[in-house]
Design a protein. Structure first.
Length: 570
């Protein structure tokens, strides 16, 4: 993820910068016979739908959704079908994998997306999940590089994602259907758009500072998108973000809390436009609720300009709301900042859903709410509540651990030229040239390193590639790691952090990326005609969303999905 609040073991430090019974039968038949194409959605049994809206709230933990909220989030919780046990089915709980899982019906590993970043085993370099150096990846109107968030080549497209998505299946069934996605983050928008979106739009905050897309989707920005310059984006936003402070009795901790990041102030008010230059102000702007407000404003104009939901076809709009993540990284999920941001988003979503209903008419919209991952509370907050990581303070110095591992290998196997390994997130890939030069086998080097890392405070255990591949099918934790493993993009070692421990070289903030419940438990709500409201238990997760929506719409799906059709009317 994306703010200067965290770093994981990957520089080991890189994070600043249901249906009805007939529906079930149809789904089972499609799974058994393989994908069908060319089916006309308008002739399907649920033809009253004209727009499917997928809302992915970045870093929203399941326990933060409350039916008592007065706006759109509360309405979804009251009128939608809530899967109370929803959880991610993969270990590397990051943004790109979470969004891919939500729309493809496959776990992120089999979809080619083990993490936001992963190691290219041939070139031994870090790869960004939506990078594209080719001509198709050129970002329209971008004046700079990808910026500190990604550190990647500036080109962007879904070419590294190997799975198709709900929007692709919809277009197979109904070629006239329109598919769009939008987010404050490029990886969120691109992942949710699938392979054949009409456009995926994102905030190019590391370059032009505007909402844009790449040549993968179009050669020229539509005129209405041209109006979303950085200046226009920021114009209606206030200079400061005000929220409750001091020690208010609102169920949230004090505004000023140890462990929060002070860059934009640990207390209200926070600067929203602190710099004279627009580009500098964007860094502060994205860590406020106004990023999501303006993302929804963009989505509202997109619906109007592109005529979504107004024809005889079914259209798809996926929206990634990223401000909650930037804010959560800086201040933690139980902060006054996170509370205020979610309250504002609740109101903003309420107005957005009301706008869609007024435009389309009642019963014409199908809405899904979920998240790409959760988050670890501030380690200092956990310590104050008696939930301690085995490491004092809860922060494991990731970069120094990598350096110490390198020194151990030098001492054990002899010094030499070059690096022993490349690391990204909580993963390591070893350099076969360096290993061969040492005279040791690759198996020995990996085993020696895995055992050394597993003995370190803050490490629950390590997983070698062989251990993940050969573990029993009923080994739950191994399955999570297997679901985060992509053929040809595997790590030699995966580090599983101990519960409550944050691998970071930063003194403040928090993050995610582990297989623990605080990172995997996410909300899942589906609302629309023919869907019975209420809270239901049992296994469910974002990987089930795409096949469930496809079944409800009468759209055929590939035969190799990991997700299943959830009950919607029982």
């Amino acid at each position: 993820m994306s703010v200067p609040a965290t770093a994981r073991v990957g520089k080991l430090s890189r994070i600043l910068a249901g249906v009805l019974a007939c529906g079930l039968l149809l789904a089972a038949c499609r799974q058994a016979t393989g994908p069908e194409t060319g089916r006309d959605v308008s002739s399907a049994g649920q033809s009253e739908f004209r727009l499917v809206v997928i809302l992915a709230i970045d870093q929203l933990r399941r326990d933060r959704l409350d039916a008592a909220m007065p706006g759109g989030l509360g309405r979804l919780a009251r009128e939608g079908r809530i899967y109370r046990d929803a959880t991610l089915g993969h270990a590397r709980t990051e943004t790109c994998p979470g969004h891919v899982s939500l729309v493809t019906g496959k776990h992120p590993g089999p979809s080619g997306v083990p993490g936001n970043r992963y190691i290219d085993r041939e070139r031994l370099r870090s790869v960004y999940c939506v990078e594209d150096d080719g001509p198709s990846g050129i970002v329209l109107g971008s004046a700079g590089d990808a910026g500190p968030e990604t550190g990647s080549p500036k080109g962007r497209s879904p070419k590294l994602i190997t799975a198709t998505a709900l929007g692709d299946w919809l277009k197979d069934a109904s070629p006239d259907s329109r598919v769009f996605s939008v987010s404050g983050k490029d990886r969120s928008a691109i992942a949710m758009g699938g392979q054949r979106a009409d456009a995926a739009y994102w905030l190019d905050r590391g370059g032009s500072g505007r909402f844009t897309t790449s040549r993968y989707y179009t050669e020229v920005l539509p005129a209405w998108v041209e109006g979303w310059s950085a200046e226009a984006l920021l114009a209606p936003v206030p200079a400061h973000w005000q929220h409750a402070s001091g020690d208010p009795p609102n169920g949230t901790r004090d505004d000023d809390f140890v462990g929060e990041v002070a860059r934009w102030s640990r207390t209200s008010p926070h600067p929203v436009k602190p710099h004279g230059d627009t580009a500098g102000s964007l860094l502060a702007f994205v860590a406020t609720p106004y990023l999501d407000l303006r993302t929804l404003d963009f989505a509202r104009q997109l619906v109007v300009e592109e005529g979504l939901g107004t024809g005889e076809r079914v259209d798809l709009l996926a929206i990634g709301l990223s401000g909650t993540d930037y804010i959560g990284h800086l201040y933690g999920p139980w902060s006054q900042e996170s509370r205020d941001a979610l309250s504002r988003l609740d109101a903003d979503l309420g107005r957005f859903v009301d706008f869609l209903e007024a435009r389309l008419g009642a019963g014409r919209m199908l809405v899904v709410l979920s998240a790409d991952h959760g988050v670890l509370p501030l380690p200092e907050w956990l310590a104050a509540h008696g939930e301690m990581c085995p490491v004092s303070g809860g922060r494991v110095p990731a970069q120094s651990m990598a350096m110490d591992l390198h020194a151990m290998l030098e001492a054990e196997l002899g010094p030499g030229q070059g690096r022993w390994f490349v690391h990204e997130g909580l993963t390591l890939v070893f350099d076969p040239v360096r290993v061969a030069a040492s005279g040791a086998s690759m198996d020995r080097v990996i085993r020696l390193s895995a055992d050394w890392l597993a003995a370190k405070p803050g490490v629950e255990r390590t997983w070698t590639r062989a251990e993940i591949e050969t573990a029993d099918a009923d080994d739950v934790r191994a399955t999570l790691y297997r679901n985060s493993t992509s053929a040809g993009r595997e790590a030699d070692i995966e580090i599983e952090p101990a519960s409550g421990c944050l691998f970071s070289d930063w003194p403040g903030g928090t993050s995610h990326g582990s297989p623990h419940a605080y990172d995997r438990d996410v909300p899942l709500v589906i609302m629309g005609r023919g869907i019975r409201p209420g809270v239901v238990g049992g296994a469910a997760g974002p990987v089930d969303v795409a096949p469930t929506l496809a079944s409800h719409l009468g759209v055929s799906v590939p035969a190799d999905l990991d997700g299943r059709v959830l009950p919607l009317g029982e």
